[in-house]
Ligand binder design. Sequence first.
Ligand code: AMP
Length: 505
Amino acid sequence: MNQNLYSRLSSHFPKDLSRTFIETADATLYSYSDLVAISGRIARLMSDLGVEKGDRVAVQVEKSPEAIFLYLACVRIGAIYLPLNTAYKESEVSYFLGDAEPKLVVCRPASETAITPIAKSAGVGQVLTLGQQVDGTLIEHSKDLDPEVGCIDSQADDVAAILYTSGTTGRSKGAMLSHRNLASNTETLHKLWGFQPNDVLLHALPIFHTHGLFVATNCVLLNGGKILFLNKFDADKMIELMPRATVMMGVPTFYTRLLTDVRFTAEVCSKMRLFISGSAPLLEETFGEFQARTGHTILERYGMTETNMNTSNPLDGERRAGTVGFPLPDVEVRVADDEGHILGANETGVLEVKGPNVFRGYWRMPEKTASEFRQDGFFITGDVAKIDERGYVHIVGRAKDLIISGGFNVYPKEIELCVDAIEGVGESAVIGLPHPDFGEAVMAVVTCKNSAALNAQGIIDAVKNDLANFKVPKRVVFLDELPRNSMGKVQKNVLRETYKDSFNA
Ligand code: AMP
């Protein structure tokens, strides 16, 4: 059997290919036969330009249905799809092109002048463009080509995509994801989350990241279902379209933003069967507020670029706030200490995972790859976690965010939960900063709810009763908003940089 991801997905396309795959915000419809034809023409163009199996195709474009078809076109010819965050600046793109050595780069029409010389100096043969209005040279040069392309034979371990990790510490690394990694995870999630052909997914996530590109898009493709496609999160549009949707996948900020809008009601969600959250921790408060407002219990799941999805709260059964649920049926997880000793229930350590979802390694970094796997094949995620007695996984934070103050380990999440529980606090981020006596000292960055008047000493006094002294923040600062990246993750590295001299001055 052909293990190519496209071949595995397309065997589930609807018999009637005239059924809608994508409906855009301005109500343009793309059927499954459009998907097959447009991706076929783009595949033909790339083959004509000499793109072959295993060649990388780097893509930095705005979200559009054509960008999805470009992804599928790459998969069909066995080229390695390499999407780049649209926020990356030219110097960053230059690093990625030099590292990945793609055969073809597809960029936004407005970036062509800037990207072309960068691509040339990285030895890239071709630069094409793709805009959001069905425009750009990719479309112009492919629109009259023969769409009959088929799908190349691939082995399960052939690389289908490279996604660069966000690289908040050190160089960004290219995670190689195979056809097996992507297909197995989609098949597992599709079943676990009960996808049906009549599901309609509200899609407002970016498509340069695993969440919007693979989890959301592939689950629908495996189903022959439909996507209501928004180019970005837009509360007005979400509320307008939601009465026609059955599933939404979002990052936690989608949920907090929807909750600030009084028009977002249970009525708006009347056809919805499932709200899924991931990519960053969902606050228990958001979970509770959402339940109270809509009657729906958000299903939180956990994954990362390197592993696709690893755990999920159940579709049927208790979805527990503050947890990311159970390991997926074909995924093994365990918590270990730094030396690799496996820890018991409720003990905190680093989460390790193994399964068909786990990536092939970092592009051209065999040593880095080897150092992140245990002898028995488990991948060391770098996330600090515990597994409770009922088997629910709790993510406590990133290992690199662990604070060691006066020789004691401090897990930021524990302090954040205490601070968040204080009346008037919106949310908090706890970081460790260099300190002359303690090595590192704990600092809390806090946002307030609208009218709350809080002060630093009030926060410190409030948490003192519940936390050992070494965990109590030595300093508290207030911000209007925590800095977040496009996936809703709090950028603790930005906070650490901003406040790095707080205790050394
Ligand atoms: P990325 O590779 O950009 O998808 O980031 C993966 C990281 O996001 C993981 O290693 C976790 O630190 C974090 N993450 C993803 N989902 C969750 C979640 N549900 N709760 C807490 N952290 C999460």
